[in-house]
Design a protein around this ligand. Structure first.
Ligand code: NAP
Length: 485
């Protein structure tokens, strides 16, 4: 039984929707607003049995879905896109309620989610094979692309709408069917998107949703059930590693979008005002809770003081509060654990000589609001310089030597995103090429787009999402060799 205490109209009928598995146990879990603690919904807590049933449905539906023409699949994706655009305000309100981000950011996320559906509705029509010049005249050799099959997807709480769209729209465009488990904290916007998918006309079994409070049992079933041919996961490196291990038994394909530890480098020849604006974007968007958040800010000594001054000035103007309040630019952290992490990073830095330039405290005693914070005199030994904080904390490290700082920026197990600001063209090229990251923002603090391949190297992941490369990740290549010609 689903109880939607807020936005009940939007979810009318969702519990009878075929995309949602039929709950077997009577267990439920609650979803609350992290700004206020208000209870938003009570959802069925599904487990292995429901996951298996959803996989069976997806498996049975997959050949029929793949047999449609690309145009027919595209038409349904277009209808889903339009429905999401038409419901942007409602979806954004759900997102802000369950996740906390400011309403304007939530709207922008829903728009971004819709853009993925649009992109892959278009890309569905552009799946190409190839012909190969055969080494003998009696043969013809070609390559066709076919959908991988059923895909299990697991999404995180920090972008609960756009991660759903970014994963499942290329899979559906390719002819795969999917089973999705959203994060425990943010299942509601995923549920609403699936309700709209139902209205868009996906055949039964093509999209399947599992609500669950604990990812491990559902995740294990997705990874070990032989009917699932690929796992697509976004979340922490730790869980990604576990899923990869579980998939190894059946040599199952994986796409992993994992953690980051993004450097943000400001060289002496940078436009400082632009770098400050970029740092605000790259560090404080979504309260610093993005995998591509700038985590370590390296600033060359010639511009260090000016950068710090201007950044702290802008950070003091950011307003912290409930995402529904007008003018709020920093919402709450997702939970108390996240709050404890940022506090411990600050305490460790201060104990080792770090200086708080602004912020540094909780806002109010209840909830999980935290002031946006700028720390200076940060050194390499501090935890902030090593680990992903995932909160509104900008630690600034002064540097002298440009070559050495690129080596230091690369000295991490992660390789998701990096940013740098510089104007000398030779430096721009050399640094862009030398940074060991899947994505590099040059004189910009924001680079995510449905048109670009998003993803990391090293322990930040495998595969790309977005762009034509995102579609390739859901296709198998088959070589056909015709003899006796
Ligand atoms: P997380 O703990 O890894 O959780 C992500 C998802 O995995 C949730 O749906 C969670 O479900 C599920 N999960 C947890 N344990 C699992 C298990 N043992 N087996 C199967 N599924 C399991 O990550 P998070 O704290 O939500 O997200 C923050 C992390 O994600 C950060 O490190 C961030 O950098 C990364 N991230 C990366 C990208 C990217 O594109 N590279 C984008 C966003 C976030 P429950 O909620 O039910 O536990």
């Amino acid at each position: 039984m689903i109880r939607h205490l807020k936005f009940p109209a939007l979810f009318a009928g969702i519990d009878r929707m075929p995309a949602l598995g039929t709950p077997v146990s009577r267990r439920t879990f609650e979803v609350s607003n992290p700004s206020t603690g208000e209870l938003l919904a009570e959802l069925p807590d599904m487990g292995v049995e429901e996951t298996r049933a959803a996989i069976d449905k997806a498996f049975d539906a997959q050949p029929g879905w793949a047999a449609l023409t690309a145009r027919e699949r595209s038409d349904i994706l277009w209808r889903w896109h339009q429905l999401i655009v038409d419901h942007t305000d409602d979806l954004a309100a759900i997102l802000t309620a369950e996740m906390g981000k400011p309403l304007a950011e939530a709207k922008s996320e829903v728009t971004h989610a819709a853009a993925y559906l649009q992109w892959y509705a278009e890309e569905a029509n552009r799946i190409y094979g190839e012909t190969i010049s055969a080494p003998s005249t009696d043969r013809r050799m070609l390559v066709i692309k076919q959908p991988i099959g059923v895909v299990g997807t697991i999404t995180p709480w920090n972008f609960p709408a756009s991660m759903v769209a970014r994963k499942i729209s290329p899979a559906l465009a390719a002819g795969c069917t999917i089973v999705l488990k959203p994060a425990e904290q943010t299942p509601l916007v995923a549920g609403a998107m699936f309700a709209l998918a139902h209205l868009a006309g996906f055949p039964e079994g093509v999209v399947n949703l599992i609500y669950a409070s604990e990812g491990d049992a559902v995740g294990r079933e997705l990874c070990t059930n032989a009917k699932i041919r690929k796992i697509s996961f976004t979340g922490s490196t730790e869980v990604g590693r576990l899923l990869m291990r579980q998939c190894s038994e059946q040599i199952k394909k994986v796409s992993l979008e994992l953690g980051g530890n993004a450097p943000f480098i400001v060289f002496d020849d940078a436009d400082i005002d632009a770098a400050v604006d970029g740092a605000i974007q790259a560090k404080f968007r979504n309260a610093g809770q993005t995998c591509v958040s700038a985590n370590r800010l390296y600033v060359q000594s010639g511009v260090h003081d000016e950068f710090v001054e201007k950044l702290a000035e802008k950070v003091r103007q950011l307003s912290v509060g409930d995402g529904f309040d007008p003018g709020v630019s920093i919402g709450p952290l997702i939970d108390k654990r996240a709050l404890a992490k940022i506090e411990s990073h600050i305490a460790d830095a201060v104990a080792k000589g770090g200086v708080i330039r602004c912020g540094g405290d909780r806002v109010g005693m209840k909830g999980t609001l935290f002031q946006p914070t700028v720390l200076t005199e940060v050194s390499r030994e501090m935890t902030v310089a090593q680990e992903e904080t995932f909160g509104p904390l900008a630690p600034i490290i002064r540097f002298e030597d440009a070559d050495q700082i690129v080596r230091e920026a690369n000295d991490t197990i992660y390789g998701l995103a990096a940013y740098f600001y510089a104007s000398n063209l030779k430096r721009v090229w050399r640094v862009a090429e030398a940074l060991e990251y899947g994505m590099v923002g040059i004189n910009t603090g924001r680079m995510s787009s449905e048109a670009a391949p998003f993803g990391g190297i090293k322990q930040s992941g495998i595969g790309r999402e977005g762009s034509r490369h995102g579609l390739e990740d859901y296709l198998e290549m088959k070589y056909l060799c015709m003899g006796g010609i």
